[in-house]
Design a protein around this ligand. Structure first.
Ligand code: ZN
Length: 190
């Protein structure tokens, strides 16, 4: 699946907006990404899951492990496409862990799946959860990779789209400097 087609799915479902946005962090950006808006359509989620599965099937994983909540839907779809279990980690007292009776064993070959990877923090934490259970982590996969540092995670990283999303302090925002009105995503112009 080509990057352009993935981005079309994101754009037509409102999951990728282009303009001038004030993010919840207070930073400004010319792009706003909310992958839940494309994954709310099961057909799109299935399409993206199959596309990611194609990239990683040669690794022959035995289980998917995704960090909640963002990774759950796409993890499920990659698992469906590969015919393997899809588990998720969730936070308890601030730490990601396996709950609900989910188990991994040293026989498991794990693929960590997320919707979007940026700094790689939750990916690293999820890798640690699988490793602590004795499983081997083969790789990580995300629909969109917003980062550039290949050293963010200790395993190979696969993605459908590589996309830089620059953010700016309001004082030094080039879009503000050009007089473009700033919007809060999900609302009308402010
Ligand atoms: Zn701005």
């Amino acid at each position: 699946m080509e990057s352009a087609r993935v981005l079309d799915l994101f754009r037509t479902s409102g999951a990728l907006l282009e303009g001038h946005f004030r993010l919840t962090s207070g930073l400004h950006s010319g792009r706003y990404l909310q992958s839940a808006l494309v994954l709310q359509y099961p057909d799109h989620a299935g399409t993206l899951g199959r596309a990611l599965a194609e990239r990683v099937q040669h690794l022959q994983p035995t289980a998917i492990l995704s960090p909640a909540l963002g990774g759950i839907v796409i993890g499920q779809e990659v698992g469906r496409a590969l015919g393997i279990r899809a588990l998720f980690t969730e936070r308890q007292d601030g730490t990601l862990m396996l709950r609900r009776g989910f188990t991994l064993t040293p026989a498991d070959r794990v693929l960590v799946v997320e919707d979007v990877i940026t700094t790689g923090g939750s990916t690293r934490e999820t890798i640690d959860v699988a490793t602590a259970a004795g499983a081997r982590v083969l790789a990580a996969a995300a629909i969109i990779d917003r980062g550039t540092d290949q050293g963010r995670v200790s395993v190979p990283l696969f993605s459908l789209v590589q996309m830089d999303v620059p953010t700016y302090q309001p004082e030094s925002c080039p879009l503000c400097a050009n007089g473009i009105p700033v919007m809060k995503p999900g609302s009308r112009a402010s």
